[in-house]
Design a protein around this ligand. Structure first.
Ligand code: E9O
Length: 601
């Protein structure tokens, strides 16, 4: 699905801003549908409050019932369309809404979507009133069930000696707050009736003759008799290759390759523009940023443009005060500044696909992305056919959204599934196989929290990703055992598989400002000791088969309330407000000293 970009043929109108909002707190959460709240203005159905879009709704109000709400929440707003949109496709697009959304335009259903974190859209032209106010209504339900991704369960509490009538709780299988609402941009954009619907680009490089190949396929919907012009344009505005077919390969001589910014090259993160011009009854123009680069995995290396790449990075979350998982440009800019300050050259989008505006920065700034699906915490209840087919659907939506991004160098289909369960074997064989079939150009993996002795699914991955918590969840308070345990564990994985290894999580909970000498768990001293033990262990294997390390986590983040979390998970090397804990300095020194080293180009 192409990102909405303005052009001489495409106009974009933002529907972000303050919407009207109310939760449906009726016992079965179904009053809104029974009373058809979408059939008129939401404000006529009962009291509404202003709600920011994009944002999670949870932390915006002073009301606990809204913060912890489970069920259908309702939004609406008014908008106008100009008469310029007549005779054009007018597409209503949501960057994401969590979790299940039904969208109505002027009271008529326009689109529904299953799953947060990914965009959805519909041509709403025929539903619009040109000379009058229009209104859009969104019903969004955050309930997680055994067949959603991420999965969860609802427990009904029927013991009335303990709970009021109708009481239920949402159980999560993930360690982050289930933020909900309209999380990303809402936009209307226009295209002509005959339009460029999709573009797929892959690139290869002939290093001996220094030629880049841009393989492209364009899908046009509508009248197929128009003519196409395809141009690769460099940063100076010069056209360096052209084509006229809907599918083909363009040759770029002496290409400027896309490199991670930590590698020893001039102009890292170089982007060309692939400009498509469709001329026929109507004109359509679309400009796609592309990078020329190749990713390969050997038995012990992760190669970008045939040079070894060592990922020194972090895992992240979309998470911040007030807005929860809502898109925020200041936060995106701050996060990338902090990533660069730390010397991070790679992050994993744990545990779901991040906003396209975040991935844009990764493409532009040269930060490698391990693009993770929302498949977090998949367990024995979740290996059925309905879950599997939804997971495949999510992988295909994710692939369609992110396939052309040079920064995306690996897919992660899941985080910490029960990969020791025999039912996991056909499930992950299918999810990984399907993803590799969609995209043969990128490695595919999942992060494994099981041990080499009981895991059954690492056999299917290209790069082994393991989450380890020696010195934290085991041997708490004993960083002195970490190096030995990491070494033993690495050797066992290597005995089983001839594949590169990446440590996709390690870390320690740390309350900012808490100090003890000698150190204790949760102090800033302890986080430093834990991380440096891992660092020393990793140093023994960099350049052999270890291809990366990702600290859990870039910043503190919100979780559900439970006895092991103190207003959220505190494993950040930064606070939730993105201020450094003492360990951030350690990481900054380490990561910055890794720039341009032999294992990084
Ligand atoms: C997933 C992440 O979302 N991994 C968890 C993180 C945590 O801090 C959570 O926030 O709890 C850790 C999982 C622990 C797995 C233990 C692995 C042991 C390997 C033998």
């Amino acid at each position: 699905m192409l990102y909405p970009r303005g052009s001489e043929s495409r106009h974009i109108q933002s529907l972000d801003g303050m919407w009207n909002f109310r939760i449906d707190a009726s016992p079965n959460r179904n009053l809104g549908f029974e009373q058809k709240w979408y059939s008129g203005r939401l404000s006529t159905t009962g009291p509404v409050i202003p709600m920011a879009v994009p944002s999670s709704y949870n932390d915006v109000t002073e009301d606990k019932n809204i913060r912890d709400f489970v069920g259908w929440a309702w939004y609406d707003r008014e908008f106008f369309v100009s008469n310029l949109s007549q005779n054009r496709r007018v597409v209503l697009r949501f960057g994401s809404a969590h979790y299940y959304a039904i969208v109505y335009v002027n009271g008529i259903e326009a689109v529904r979507h299953d799953g947060g974190h990914l965009p959805f859209e519909a041509d709403v032209n025929t539903l619009l009133i040109v000379n009058g106010p229009n209104y859009v209504t969104v019903a969004v339900n955050n309930t997680l069930s055994p067949t959603t991704l991420p999965p969860g369960t609802i427990s009904y509490k029927t013991d009335t000696s303990k709970y009021p009538e109708g009481y239920f709780v949402q159980n999560l299988q993930m360690d982050f707050f289930n933020y909900a609402g309209i999380h990303r941009h809402v936009r209307l954009y226009t295209t002509p009736k005959t339009y460029i619907d999709d573009i797929t680009v892959t690139t290869t490089v002939d290093f001996a003759s220094n030629i880049g190949h841009v393989n492209y396929a364009i899908e046009v919907v509508g009248d197929q008799s128009g003519t196409l012009k395809v141009e690769v344009i460099d940063k100076s505005g010069e056209t360096v290759a052209t084509g006229t077919t809907s599918k083909g390969t363009l040759q770029v001589n002496n290409p400027q390759l896309w490199w991670p910014y930590t590698m020893n090259v001039n102009n890292p993160a170089y982007l060309y523009t692939l400009k498509i011009t469709l001329t026929g009854t109507d004109l359509d123009v679309y400009r796609l940023p592309i990078g020329i680069r190749v990713v390969n995995v050997t038995s012990d290396q992760f190669l970008i443009n045939n040079k070894p790449f060592y990922c020194h990075g972090v895992d992240k979350h979309e998470d911040s005060d007030i807005r929860g998982k809502g898109l925020d440009y200041a936060l995106i800019a701050k996060d990338f500044n902090m990533l660069k300050w730390l010397g991070v050259n790679c992050f994993r989008t744990s545990h779901y696909p991040y906003a396209e505006e975040i991935l844009d920065q990764a493409d532009q700034q040269g930060v490698v992305i391990i693009d993770e699906s929302p498949g977090v915490g998949i367990g024995s209840r979740n290996f059925g056919n309905q879950s599997l087919s939804h997971h495949l659907e999510v992988m295909s939506e994710m692939y369609r959204r992110d396939k052309n991004r040079p920064a995306v160098c690996m897919w992660s289909v899941a985080n910490e599934p029960e990969s020791d369960n025999t039912k996991a074997v056909p499930y992950f064989k299918s999810v990984i196989g399907y993803t590799k079939q969609l995209d043969p150009t990128r490695p595919v993996s999942f992060t494994c929290s099981k041990d080499y002795s009981n895991d059954k699914c690492v056999q299917f991955v290209d790069v082994i990703m393991i989450n380890r918590y020696y010195g934290w969840y085991s041997n708490t308070g004993h960083p002195e055992v970490i190096q030995r345990q990491i070494n033993t564990n690495f050797m066992e994985w290597r005995k089983l598989y001839n594949k590169p290894l990446l440590v996709s999580e390690f870390g320690a909970g740390t309350v900012a400002g808490l100090h003890r000498q000698p150190s204790m768990a949760f102090t800033e001293e302890y986080q430093i000791e834990v991380l440096s033990q891992y660092h020393q262990a990793f140093d023994q294997h960099i350049g052999q088969f270890l291809v990366g390390e990702l600290i859990w986590n870039f910043a503190d983040f919100m979780t559900a309330q439970n006895p092991t979390r103190v207003v959220g998970n505190k494993k950040g090397i930064l606070t939730r407000q993105r201020q450094p804990k003492a360990a951030a300095q350690l990481v900054r020194n380490r990561y910055n000293s890794m720039f341009n080293s032999s294992f990084n180009g």
